[in-house]
Design a protein around this ligand. Structure first.
Ligand code: CP
Length: 320
């Protein structure tokens, strides 16, 4: 459990490290703020001056396509100066510690770090050790959390389905290694979803998964009944330390989402995936590219949601 280093004395967002411990009111404020940015994509000038004069550094110690680029676009649309550091070509490769990297960047008058790191707790560690005026946003840490991904997923669900309290949501696949699933489960429970159901083989579920606030199924055909929102997950092979599955083709046969299996869910069910997708492993191309898929809408919404989180975390902080 992370202490609430995320909030200032007034209960406003200062850092965004995890969904855990945040209120329905705060999550709803993020979604409402993102709503105000979403229309900007249709405007000729896609910029607002909210973060003019601020400096944001993207620190990605792990690879990324969607998160890194949408954070960069979001920062630019808020008129911030943004620097995306490539860690593979930085002095980290010469043995510089994480804290020394942070200290050196602080000396360049940075206002915000956006951090992706392979180690759970890295963003929290930086938030605890950085200068008091700097905000830290977690762009994914180990198997722990990916809170901005969860919020863009919640935004996409609300855009289409409106009311969380009526929704049964299935999260399918490698729950064990997924920081996205952990953050989504927390967000869905805080926002009052009727049911969060995880569907996976026993080997891809954490021990005592029910304590996270989910129901459990090991059978995709049974588990998809009455579902409004389907969230597919990639097999995170880079985090698997032993063979947890007989084969990818066997996994696809049992847990892959195909057109025929999709028909078991509600007829207006939407299909989501945080990406990157592995076609033919967890999802059939016809489903990923089909009419019920909102996978690319999730990516687009990532810009507005990250604009909302960055602008909220850097609003003038009174009383601290
Ligand atoms: N969903 C997600 O985090 O994708 P990237 O790894 O490409 O950022």
């Amino acid at each position: 459990m992370i202490d609430n280093v995320q909030l200032n004395a007034e209960g406003k967002l200062k850092h965004f490290i995890t969904i855990e411990g945040l209120s329905n009111m705060l999550l709803t404020e993020i979604l409402d703020t993102a709503e105000s940015f979403v229309g900007m994509t249709d405007q000729q000038i896609k910029k607002v001056p909210l973060l003019r004069g601020k400096t944001i550094v993207n620190l990605f110690f792990e690879n990324s396509t969607r998160t890194r680029t949408t954070f960069e676009l979001a920062a630019k649309r808020l008129s911030a100066d943004v620097l995306s550091m490539s860690i593979s070509t930085s002095s980290t490769s010469k043995g510089e510690s994480l804290l020394d990297t942070i200290r050196n960047l602080e000396a360049m008058f940075v206002d915000m770090f956006v951090v992706r790191h392979g180690i759970s707790g890295a963003a929290h560690f930086i938030a605890q050790h950085t200068a008091p005026h700097i905000s830290v946003i977690n762009a994914g840490d180990g198997q722990h959390a990916h809170p901005t991904q969860a919020m863009l997923d919640m935004f996409t669900i609300r855009q289409i389905k409106k009311d969380f309290t009526q929704l049964r949501v299935a999260i399918i696949g490698d729950i064990l290694h997924s920081r996205v699933a952990r953050s989504q489960i927390q967000a869905l429970n805080i926002l009052g979803a009727a049911e969060v159901r995880v569907i996976a083989p026993l080997t891809l579920l954490p021990a005592h998964v029910e304590t996270l606030g989910v129901s459990v199924s090991h059978n995709l055909t049974e588990g998809l009944k009455d579902i409004d929102v389907i969230i597919m997950l990639r097999l995170q092979k880079e985090r698997m330390t032993s063979a947890l599955l007989p084969s990818e083709s066997e996994y696809f046969k049992c847990f892959g989402l195909t057109e025929s299996k999709l028909k078991i869910a509600k007829p207006d069910a939407i299909v989501m995936h945080p990406g990157p997708i592995n076609r033919g492993v967890e999802i059939e191309s016809k489903v990923a590219d089909g009419p019920q898929s909102v996978i690319l809408k999730q990516v687009s919404n990532g810009i507005a949601v990250r604009m909302a989180i960055m602008s909220m975390a850097m609003q003038p902080q009174g009383g601290v």
